[in-house]
Write a protein that binds this ligand. Sequence first.
Ligand code: FAD
Length: 434
Amino acid sequence: IEEQFDAIVIGAGMSGNAAAYTMASRGLKVLQLERGEYPGSKNVQGAIMYANMMEKIIPDFRDHAPLERHLVEQRFWMMDDTSHIGMQYRSDEFNEMNPNRYTIIRAQFDKWFSRKVREVGATVLCETTVTELACDTDGRVIGVRTDRAGDVILADVVVLAEGVNGLLGTRTGLRETPKPETVALAVKEMHFLPEEVIGQRFGLRGNEGCVIEAAGTISRGMAGLAFVYTNKESISLGIGCLVSDFAATAESPYNLLESFKNHPSVKPLIAGSEIKEYAAHLIPEGGYKAIPQLFGDGWVVVGDAAQLNNAVHREGSNLAMTSGRMAGEAIFLIKSSGQRMRKENLALYKKMLDKSFVIKDLKKYKDMPALIHTNSRNFFMTYPKLMSQAAQNFMRVDSTPKIDKERATTAAFIKERSRWGLVSDALRFAFAWR
Ligand code: FAD
């Protein structure tokens, strides 16, 4: 390739596709490079996809995109080894004309999204790994080198959408390597079952879907979460914990997943299923304080590569799509006003992002990652056990007077955490949530 492009997008995940589509559909000359065999072949997600953010890119996506189920119910479980305390919300209002959240299978969804990117005129090359960012003598990014033979491919701007473990940005010194306490390692399996069996087990009709988010002793005191998501003919199920916690405890992700699958609350949901896929992937969880520099001379970074992930709400793909779209819109505006892709102009991308839910949400929870990281044993082991004992004490009917049961529960909490510890945990949690 010897042409000069308006923009090169590295990666064909959610953020890269959003950026490439936004720019190409506005007439820019875009080259997108993906190292995978096809878009989505390297990507892992639960996966819940958020329609509002997709609609802002392709308004009629529902007419063609491969969607699994639309969500009508969400359950939150706090688990100990044999039980769970649950909260659930189900509403028939989610059975709306344009549903709000869907489960998807990324390999299929990314392929579809990439087809749309090609349809609006971008050149998409798969099985092409970008090996290096090319810079001029002033350090400005002017293009990329790939593992295919050939010279530098030139572009006015390079969009780094290379995902959480993207090596290019770190190798070039545009950002730091994510720290082990700011990334989670998640493992996931797909369990296949007939559509009607899934419907019966989760109480779903037609294309209705249900998701379960779970925390507790299943992560063995490490900071982590598990999930069970219903697809049409499969159930996605997984668990992830901070890499620093895996390193400190020498626990294996695979063992955690096995325990989760064999938990009495989960086992009946997947009984008789056929496992067809196993995947592992990192998730950026450092939040607001881990966001690197987002733009510079000739480059911007989007999605997971920019650590834009809301671990509290388990949202990532929507932040990826939105940051990709905003980077694309900013680049288009700069280009169409005849300006160059200099740092001071690309600051527009950050301005747009700052005004959006992406940065506002991450800012709201800026203290949460540190709190969770430093108190994981209390939040993921001590409290789930205490709450399970309290619930059982409350529900089990024996000859113990209720007042004695209440005293025993209070005493158990104080014994484990002390009065001051309980107040301090509550205050710190409320402070981080505010
Ligand atoms: P990615 O999707 O990772 O895409 C990066 C792309 O860049 C890849 O295709 C990769 O092959 C390519 N690439 C990397 N380096 C190069 C290179 N040098 N040259 C060429 N190509 C390159 N988010 C949600 O919103 N909902 C969920 O339910 C959810 N569940 C999740 C469950 C798990 C187990 C995991 C791991 C993540 C989950 N997420 C979820 C997060 C979500 O998957 C990510 O936020 C999202 O995929 C980020 O998109 P991205 O485009 O930034 O990165």
